[in-house]
Design a protein. Structure first.
Length: 167
């Protein structure tokens, strides 16, 4: 297992739709393990393969204080709540900044787990936010694309980042 460099916002791979995973083989298993190690190393809540320069539809998410890491391959949002709210969001690919982004308060995602089994994950609150943020990444969308203006980005202080967390 290895820690991979997290690419920054100016990298074109972050702005392109990622390819579907056709076969879950040993290379995908290694990618998942490396993504988990990387997410833990940078203290993120979630990580999408494009953020480590791999244009595939693979996501890992781990909620704070939870042991389980959720792996989603070829995820797709099936359902979302009617309600949405502004949520403070940061991104591992744009460290030191955050912004207010409108997100649905709950979502249901369909995907394959790392064994290839079809699963559905329902999330509310931070989990819903992380699911939407990471699914955006595999669709070539970064959280700043949801801002009215780049002027809405705010620089964070290091201690604030630990509190807010980056997805």
């Amino acid at each position: 297992m290895a820690i991979m460099p997290v690419i920054k916002m100016d990298n074109p791979v972050l702005h392109r739709k990622a390819k579907k995973v056709r076969k879950i083989d040993s290379s995908i298993q290694k990618l998942i393990d490396d993504m988990i190690d990387t997410m833990h190393d940078v203290e993120g809540v979630g990580l999408a393969a494009p953020q480590v320069g791999v244009p595939l539809q693979v996501i890992v998410i781990q909620m704070p204080d939870e042991e389980e890491v959720i792996t989603l391959i070829n995820p797709e949002i099936l359902k979302n709540s009617e309600e949405s709210e502004m949520m403070t969001e940061g991104c591992l690919s744009l460290p030191g900044y955050r912004g207010e982004v409108k997100r649905f308060t709950s979502v249901t995602v369909k995907a394959r787990d790392r064994e290839g089994k079809l699963i559905r994950v329902r999330g509310e609150g931070l989990m819903a936010q992380a699911l939407q943020h990471e699914v955006d990444h595999i669709n070539g969308i970064v959280f700043v694309d949801h801002l009215d203006s780049m002027d809405k980005l705010e620089k964070t202080k290091e201690e604030d980042e630990e509190e807010a967390g980056s997805i």
